[in-house]
Design a binder for this molecule. Structure first.
Ligand SMILES: [Zn+2]
Length: 142
């Protein structure tokens, strides 16, 4: 299956990001300030169809339409290290089968990146353990 090309204005945008220890295991941090609404990174991986995911237990499967998924589990998908937050600094846009992550506020250098994983994921994987995002543990660092 072919993906649409990355829009020109995002090509060559390479943020300085680093995987580091975070409240919820490993997290992805930005080493540079990111402006509000800025393109951060694409969530990438093999494209799977409904038949491919039968029996697959993989927390990194990201549905892009009713019959397609991006398997974000490979470690080269840096975006897989972005943790959930109920008060996120990033948000997801799905455009023609590709998954883009944009900042939804100004982000300082050294800050952990986060987005809201959505209700379904939250109920299945986060709620049973308790959410450790800054909004839920009462940290003022967003
Ligand atoms: Zn939370």
């Amino acid at each position: 299956m072919n993906l649409a090309p990355l829009p020109k204005k995002y090509q060559g945008v390479e943020r300085v990001l680093r995987v580091r220890r975070a409240a919820a295991g490993l997290g992805l941090f930005t080493e540079e300030p990111i402006e509000k609404g800025g393109f951060v990174i694409e969530y990438v991986g093999p494209i799977l169809g409904l038949a491919d995911i039968r029996g697959v237990k993989n927390k990194y499967l990201f549905q892009t339409n009713p019959r397609r998924f991006v398997d974000g589990s490979p470690r080269w998908n840096l975006a897989r290290y972005i943790n959930h937050s109920c008060v996120p600094n990033c948000e997801i846009y799905i455009l023609r089968g590709r998954i883009y992550i944009f900042s939804c506020r100004t982000i300082q250098a050294g800050t952990e990146l986060s987005y809201d994983y959505g209700e379904e994921y939250f109920r299945a994987f986060i709620a049973p353990l308790g959410c450790r995002c800054p909004g839920c543990v009462g940290s003022s660092v967003l």
